[in-house]
Design a binder for this molecule. Sequence first.
Ligand code: 28F
Length: 288
Amino acid sequence: MSEENTPDLRASGLTPDEYSASSIKVLEGIEAVRKRPAMYIGSTGSAGLHHLIWEVVDNSVDEAMAGFATKITVKILEDCTVVVTDNGRGIPCEWHEEQGMSALEVIMTKLHAGGKFENSAYKVSGGLHGVGISVVNALSENLEIEICRGGKMFRQTYSRGESSTELTEVGESDRTGTKVIFKPDHKIFETTLIVYDVVVKRLRELAYLNAGLEIHLSDVRDDRSDTFHYPEGLKAFVAHLNENKETVYKDIIYCKAQFEDVELELAMQHNQGYSFDTIYTFANNINT
Ligand code: 28F
């Protein structure tokens, strides 16, 4: 990922609100993604399929880390369609002069951060979102996006990465946020079976890692749902890991520190066991 092609909020010297549509630099189109999907999502098997959900949810998490979204919902529908919503600022919809299309369409149809190594571990909180969603779009049979922003509601639909309708103002809204509905492309994926437990595990982890963030998951296939919300964040994670264990002391050790642009958060509590299998490390929400 080269410096000059990376939309870097900090380097731009702009506040998040000033970081406008024109800051997006464009590298490749969606053809590259459809040609070699595994290069972008790891595989076209079950892991790759679920990766699509992580990419969309990551966008919402980034918006939460930037301090704007507080709630994310994920809904799995009958035909493997997935609906993800957040209550953040909504993706900017204004016209992008250089590209001759809206900022939204640029984000949805162009790859803008270096293709092959679209590695989410490189993401830093706030400012890099919108990077992986074009990959999801390219690998979806159909995708619909609905944005509430500036008192209005906008909608656009896509098919296999290309817009199938214009970005349209569909009404007024007193909310803000982004909703993405996508159906993974059966021509790309070997399986389109989304496994509830796999989604639960990742969403719960994200809720632990982002204290206070509320994540709701539901599945219409068998009418299941779960809500993850941990105001205590990592401390709640450690409490959960030691739930059925005898602990050496009562209070969980916790610290949070920041040096320049590196943030560190740690929570721990010793138990009487010998095993190291409950020691976890994460970098930018990714289990390392
Ligand atoms: C269901 C999936 O994708 N949520 C997102 C935002 C908010 C902004 C944004 C996203 C703008 C210039 C890239 C809004 N206002 N949910 C989502 N919420 N992307 S994705 O901006 C993208 C940048 O280059 C946003 C002011 N700044 C950012």
